[in-house]
Design a protein around this ligand. Structure first.
Ligand code: AMP
Length: 148
């Protein structure tokens, strides 16, 4: 409670949410109709555990991660790599992804980041404009606490 009050007093504003956001053009993502081998390639090359799934109009559809992909190709005795091309992202992705609007409060981002490593940020048309990561949220809190 004291920490929250301290953060409120230190004026962490909505404006800073956009400043902290990783913009859409720098976010690794896939589309739900992409084959799983492509998604795995993007995940491995980018080094991220999970990335957003977008539709062709840049609307958020969900997220997909390495664990879901590997789980889908686990056979009884071996990992069946050849199945990667038979499935698409929509077969394994989850639609559960935290989202918030660009004008929502930092408090909401902080709350969502407790259970989610990243939060998708949408504009008023619900188009994807970027993500806010747990790292950037913690870094902002750290900066503000140091100033106090
Ligand atoms: P971090 O707090 O930097 O560790 O990031 C948390 C999570 O956000 C990562 O594990 C990824 O799932 C996601 N993430 C961070 N940066 C990107 C990015 N540029 N593109 C796609 N996903 C990202």
């Amino acid at each position: 409670m004291i920490l929250l009050q301290t953060l409120k007093n230190s004026q962490i504003t909505d404006h800073e949410i956009l400043q902290l956001m990783i913009p859409q053009e720098k976010v690794a993502h896939v589309q739900s109709n992409h084959p799983l081998d492509h998604a795995l390639l993007v995940l491995i090359k980018s080094g991220y555990t999970a990335i957003p799934v977008l539709d062709p109009e840049y609307k958020v559809q969900g997220q997909v991660g390495k664990a879901q992909i590997l789980d889908s190709i686990l056979g009884m005795e071996r990992i069946e790599m050849d199945r990667l091309h038979d499935y698409s992202v929509s077969d394994v992705m989850t639609e559960k992804v935290p989202r918030m609007k660009q004008d929502e409060t930092f408090g909401k981002a902080l709350m969502l980041s407790i259970n989610h490593p990243f939060v998708c940020i949408e504009d008023e048309d619900r188009s994807f404009i970027g993500i806010m990561t747990r790292r950037s949220i913690l870094a902002l809190i750290h900066r503000h606490l140091e100033k106090i």
